[in-house]
Design a protein around this ligand. Structure first.
Ligand code: ATP
Length: 243
């Protein structure tokens, strides 16, 4: 579904991503792990076209969506994003937050947008809070609303940028449970930047380990976690799993 080919990104002279190559197929849950500063979020932002690539291509269903003159709006509508910091509108209710994108971007009518918003809010367990405003609910609840908002756009792939990093520890589980359910029950295609090694190991179908802007190692979670080949992967896992 999504092919990243020879993607590089530099900020001025600082090369942050170097020759990144990987593929996400329909139904894959790919986690991107790696130390702080290894380029994980920048990679996700490139894939979501929030950053321009320095070189390389991103193919979606075989078509390059990064070339000059390419109309990327259809691609953007098919790629959902969940941010670390929720990015909800504080002046809108939970329900309105899940309707506004559908109405503005997809031009969905009010009744249909409301129906879809309610469906996805129910899925993430937030139906009782539809009239609350974001500042009246917890961080975990905000993130569940942000996931419902992304789902309401009915994307083909959902990108998550450290969705639990801004949460108090006791709220991490409720968000991971929603993500796990999307992966296992709904077969959602997901690309997840995370520091949650249990999610990477137990839920994902593919793990990409990044170090210093390159893919150091990738593969099946069991292989990466039980039998990593690269000394850098071994070191990273040892450090993070012992913490
Ligand atoms: N807009 C920018 N301008 C200049 N440098 C940037 C910019 N965005 C990111 N960088 C640099 O790119 C490098 C990779 O950052 P990035 O946020 O992608 O890493 P990360 O692996 O996601 O880290 P973390 O786990 O801490 O979020 C860092 O050195 C960062 O300072």
């Amino acid at each position: 579904m999504l092919e990243i080919r020879h993607l590089s990104k530099a900020f001025g002279t600082h090369a942050v991503l170097k020759d990144i190559d990987f593929t996400v197929d329909k139904g894959d849950v790919t986690t991107i792990i790696g130390a702080s500063g290894s380029g994980k979020s920048t990679l996700l932002r490139c894939i979501n076209l929030l950053e321009t690539l320095t070189t390389g291509e991103i193919l979606f269903h075989g078509k390059d969506i990064t070339g000059r003159g390419v109309n990327s709006s259809a691609y953007r509508a098919k790629v959902g994003m969940v941010f670390q910091s929720f990015n909800l509108f504080n002046n809108l209710t939970v329900l309105a937050n899940c309707m506004i994108g559908q109405q503005k971007v997809l031009k969905t009518g009010h009744d249909e947008a409301r129906k879809r918003a309610l469906y996805y809010l129910n899925k993430v367990g937030m139906a009782p809070y539809i009239n609350a405003r974001p500042d009246q609910i917890s961080g975990g609840q905000k993130q569940r609303v942000a996931i419902a908002r992304a789902l309401a756009m009915e994307p083909e792939i959902l990108l998550f940028d450290e969705p639990t990093s801004a949460l108090d520890p006791e709220m991490v589980g409720e968000v991971l449970d929603v993500m796990k359910s999307l992966a296992t029950k709904d077969n959602m295609t997901m690309l997840v930047v995370t520091h949650e090694m249990s999610f990477a190991r137990d839920v994902s179908s593919h793990v990409v380990y990044m170090a210093d802007g390159v893919i150091e190692e990738e593969g099946d979670p069991e292989k990466i976690f039980s039998n990593p080949e690269s000394p850098k992967t071994k070191d990273f896992l040892k450090r993070i799993l012992n913490n």
